[in-house]
Design a protein around this ligand. Structure first.
Ligand code: 3PG
Length: 216
């Protein structure tokens, strides 16, 4: 696969998503019902973060049992994490930041990948490695939409998925920015709702969000 094809695959996934829930899964048994609840609410593109011991197995279970979900891996911190994501069948990878080692590994991999950036220098490193679709993280805390607009001056062709501080109240404002292809965040899957198995509540929140952000 060429780098351009890999990038376009990622763009297609992000555009189809509109919203990407950032999932932190503590118990393996929550993985499949959670993915089903999200899909039932119209949220199909999921980021499973490598932040818990069960994360990789959780992603594997979702991929096996919920084929309607498009499962990616987040919190990729190094080349080993990237290889793990690829091996378990993830459709894409996302990192909160980037190191030269990770960018090099991602450029050599055919896994669609969005490196995290928060500054012009980080963005320049991502672009130099061939990545023009980036995660802007932490978006609100790094200057919000004003910062994104400032970056769009020297870098008009970037495509961005902001995460960090995004929720129901400001997701639409971010999505109205011309270079924002999707928004990500943890607000659709609060830890308490997962812990209590409130799958119907998660489905309802997703359906409400998707209806307001992506009217049919
Ligand atoms: C992350 O990768 O941790 C996301 O940006 C989540 O941020 P949020 O919890 O503010 O949505």
């Amino acid at each position: 696969m060429t780098a351009a094809t890999r990038q376009e695959q990622l763009a297609t996934i992000f555009k189809s998503a509109t919203v990407i829930p950032v999932l932190t899964i503590e118990r393996l048994e929550d993985a499949v019902p959670l993915a089903r609840a999200l899909v039932a609410g119209g949220v199909r593109v999921l980021e499973v973060t490598l932040r818990t011991p069960v994360a990789a197995d959780a992603a594997k279970a979702m991929i096996a049992d919920v084929p309607e979900a498009i499962v990616g891996i987040g919190t990729i911190l190094n080349a080993d994490d990237l290889a793990r994501a690829r091996a378990l069948g993830a459709k894409f990878g996302i990192s909160p930041g980037a190191t030269p080692e990770l960018l090099k590994a991602a450029a050599a991999s055919d896994l669609p990948f969005a490196p995290g950036i928060a500054t012009a220098s980080e963005l320049m490193q991502a672009l130099a490695a061939g990545f023009d679709i980036v995660k802007f993280f932490p978006a609100e805390q790094s200057g919000g939409i004003k910062a994104l607009r400032a970056l769009a001056g020297p870098f008009p062709n970037i495509r961005v998925c902001p995460t960090g501080g995004i929720g129901e109240a400001n997701a639409a404002t971010w999505l109205a920015e011309p270079n924002v292809v999707a928004v990500g965040g943890s607000w659709l899957c609060p830890a308490a709702e997962i812990r209590s198995g409130n799958w119907a509540g998660i489905t309802a929140m997703c359906a409400r969000t998707m209806k307001s952000l992506k009217p049919a």
